[in-house]
Design a protein around this ligand. Structure first.
Ligand SMILES: Cc1ncc(COP(=O)(O)O)c(C=O)c1O
Length: 379
């Protein structure tokens, strides 16, 4: 059969998690916490199920949840969004990104993707009939290269996809980056798909900047968020999109025929939890910063080079002083021989540059992080 995605296989995240399980390795590869969500949130889900919130929710999401999300946007970002017309609850950010692209990108349209990039972006563009145009982030700093981005824009460019805090590099966008994007996207009439799933994981006193806070971007942007990341429940696969009413209407047309709705009791649980604990997301950064610091300090005696992650729950480690092997091969070897699974950064690129870097997820319990660091120090 003709494949629509001939170059796509099983994602590296599934492969590395399976390899970790096979070799009983510490799994710092796939991005998910190995600790539980707040008890009150889990109880709220159990209650929602037992109370009978088990049938289809409205297509755009439970009104009570959309109201809470509007309050959250105002509380944490100073952003105003209309719960009825601008906020859509979705079965995860990945579905939201797919629906955004399907709604906006047509045959032959170009979409700029900044590499290294999350693996769903390019295949979603291809499935929509568009062409991903890969532009590499700057070497070492992983900041957007604004000259290269401007050079990549053509008359066919329809959209740019951005991600801050950034998976896999742990960098965050500056105010200047957003202003550059604002100018370019206004000048060329670009839509913006802004993946902000790690919005609450920003460290060292920095603030997350959202595309929603820049007026010139707010009018042309889809911002995607994930409860999986914010509430440590990646398996609940629920998130939301904020976009102006006209753009949200287009997104909803696609969403209603891809998934139609997000899971009802999960929506009910998150709405109740946020109503009771609106400040919960603001405490996350301190908790994850502690995990990052513990992991990085325990690696001080190792031969890895690192710059502490500024956001997300990922830490890059440069192994150039340890091995010349390609990152994918080394990842597999260390999973089997050292008992630690990580992710090779080359898989996030269309054309990987020469660099020897692995991504480790530090959303793990203290004992796992310390044991992982001890094994890495012995290499
Ligand atoms: C950058 C980025 N975007 C989106 C997602 C997926 O979010 P969700 O599980 O809500 O689909 C992830 C998950 O790893 C991610 O790292």
């Amino acid at each position: 059969m003709h494949s629509k995605l001939p170059d796509v296989g099983t994602t590296i995240f599934s492969r590395m998690s399976a390899l970790a399980a096979q070799h009983n390795a510490l799994n710092l590869s796939q991005g998910f916490p190995d600790f539980d969500a707040p008890l009150a949130l889990r109880e709220a889900l159990a209650e929602a199920v037992m109370e009978g919130h088990n049938q289809y929710a409205p297509m755009t999401g439970l009104p009570s949840l959309r109201e809470q999300l509007a309050l959250q946007l105002h509380l944490h970002r100073g952003v105003t969004a209309d719960a009825e017309t601008e906020i859509t609850v979705l079965p995860g950010a990945t579905e939201g990104i797919f629906c955004t692209i399907m709604a906006c990108v047509g045959r032959g349209d170009e979409v700029i993707v900044l590499d290294p990039s999350y693996d769903s972006y390019a295949p979603s563009i291809t499935m929509a009939g568009g062409h991903p145009v890969h532009v590499a982030l700057s070497a070492e700093s992983f900041a957007p290269d604004w000259d290269a981005i401007a050079d990549a824009i053509t008359a066919r460019t329809r959209m740019i996809i951005i991600n801050t805090p950034h998976n896999p590099t742990g960098t965050i966008w500056s105010d200047d980056d957003f202003r550059q994007l604002e100018t370019l996207s206004q000048e060329h009439g670009l839509l913006v798909c802004s993946d902000e799933v790690y919005e609450h994981l920003v460290f060292d006193g920095d603030q997350h900047r959202s595309v929603l806070q820049y007026p010139g971007l707010r009018e042309r942007a889809f911002a995607l968020f994930s409860f999986g990341k914010t509430f440590s429940v990646t398996g609940w696969k629920t998130g939301y999109c904020v976009a102006p009413a006209g753009l949200s209407a287009e997104l909803r047309k696609v969403h209603q025929f891809v998934a139609f709705v997000a899971v009802t009791p999960v929506q009910q649980a998150v709405a109740r939890f946020l109503e009771a604990e609106p400040q919960y997301p603001a405490q996350l950064a301190a908790d994850y910063q502690q995990r990052r610091d513990m992991f990085c300090s325990a690696l001080a005696a190792s031969r890895f080079r690192l710059t502490p992650s500024r956001g997300t729950y990922f830490q890059l480690l440069d192994y150039s002083e340890i091995s010349d092997l390609p990152d994918l091969q080394l990842c597999e070897q260390w999973t089997e021989e050292v008992g630690i699974a990580s992710i090779p950064i080359s898989v996030f690129y269309r054309k990987p540059p020469a660099q020897q870097v692995l991504r480790f997820c530090f959303a793990k319990r203290e004992e796992v992080l310390l044991e992982a660091a001890e094994r890495l120090c012995k290499i």
